[in-house]
Design a protein around this ligand. Structure first.
Ligand code: PRP
Length: 206
């Protein structure tokens, strides 16, 4: 069976529906209980729900052959795995945001609060801008309000969280979406199964 790590939550449920349509259903998974591992030997799949930011850990270490991870996690953690498909769902963008009318004075070090220090660091290094990165784990939007940082680098989906906290997008860093990722050994040694699933899933992408 192919072991597939699904990100727990709405995105994972959507991905499962695509996999089901693609010919990889798992009736056990649709039952309302709290189990985390489900299998359907007939379809040749075992699914498990994991925290979205942990998907790449399972895939990189081979506990999962395949997984679905956001491009944000891939850019931030740079795991050693293959990216096989852009599923074109979970679409959002990574952006710099701050108070409306914010002006960056280059003679001062810019204080940037973020959950994504590597992405933010690369972005500003590319502009040769000196920054102080402040690594937070959530509720990033309050950092500029409380004077902890000048700006934030964070995910913007609908823009509602920014708007409701009086912030605006200042610059877009990159676009983000969900990707099908594969363990390199599984790609080599289970190539036919992996390729078949990838092709079937590809046919479900809108
Ligand atoms: C994410 C992100 C923003 C929000 C953006 O937060 O960090 O806060 O979603 O979505 P929106 O543009 O649709 O409002 P998440 O829900 O992951 O919470 P956290 O940052 O506090 O962990």
């Amino acid at each position: 069976m192919l072991n597939i790590a699904l990100p727990k939550g709405r995105l994972g449920e959507r991905v499962y529906r695509m996999l089901k349509q693609a010919g990889y259903p798992c009736p056990e998974l649709e039952e309302p209980d709290r189990r985390l591992i489900f299998e359907n030997p007939e379809a040749g799949v075992r699914y498990f729900w994991v925290k979205p930011s942990d998907v790449t850990i399972y895939v990189e270490r081979g506990a999962a052959d395949l997984g679905i991870a956001g491009k944000d996690i891939l850019l931030e953690n740079r795991p050693e795995l293959y990216e096989l498909l852009d599923l074109k769902i979970g679409v959002c963008r990574m952006a710099v945001a701050g108070p409306a009318g914010f002006e960056d004075h280059r003679e001062r070090v810019l204080r940037v609060a973020t959950k994504f220090p590597k992405i933010a660091g690369d972005f500003y290094a590319g502009k040769a801008r000196d920054v102080e990165l402040i690594h937070l784990n959530g509720s990033i939007e309050i950092a500029p309000i409380l004077g902890l940082s000048d700006v934030i680098v964070d995910i913007v989906e609908t823009g509602k969280t920014l708007a409701e906290n009086g912030l605006v997008v200042l610059e877009t860093v990159c676009s983000i979406s969900a990707r099908l990722v594969c363990n390199p050994s599984a790609f080599r040694f289970r190539h036919d199964e992996v390729r078949m699933l990838t092709e079937c899933l590809n046919s479900q992408i809108e």
